[in-house]
Design a protein around this ligand. Sequence first.
Ligand code: HEC
Length: 106
Amino acid sequence: MKLTVATLVCSVSVVLITSCSGTGSGPSAEHGMKLFNNPGLAASLNASSCASCHPGGQGLEQAPNNPKLDDVINRCITGPLGGKALDQGSSDFRSLKMYIESFADQ
Ligand code: HEC
């Protein structure tokens, strides 16, 4: 019986450790790029994605310096995309922002 409990505790910790340290979780610019090109972003029902108007981030080179960046992202989501504003603390929002920040021309 003791052995079974020990085995169970061990397997549970292994699962927890792998899911916490595993790649793919948490925000990333790579995930942001997928969202940027996804017409279904933020429950948008039309065919536009961010990339329709900003292909490959064109024209957004100054965006990382925009003090209102968070607001502008959500304005483009609720406006042209017809989607629902994203929670600014969410992983999707942070990923999208990380991707946009990668456009900065240094
Ligand atoms: C229908 C076209 C259209 C779509 C689709 C669109 N945008 Fe925009 N976006 C604009 C226009 C127009 C502006 C304002 C002009 C400008 O500064 O480039 C703008 C401005 C911005 C800016 C500010 C640029 C700056 O220099 O500060 C950001 C950031 C941005 N959009 C991100 C996005 C994101 C993210 C999406 C997808 C959720 C998106 N846009 C979808 C048309 C669009």
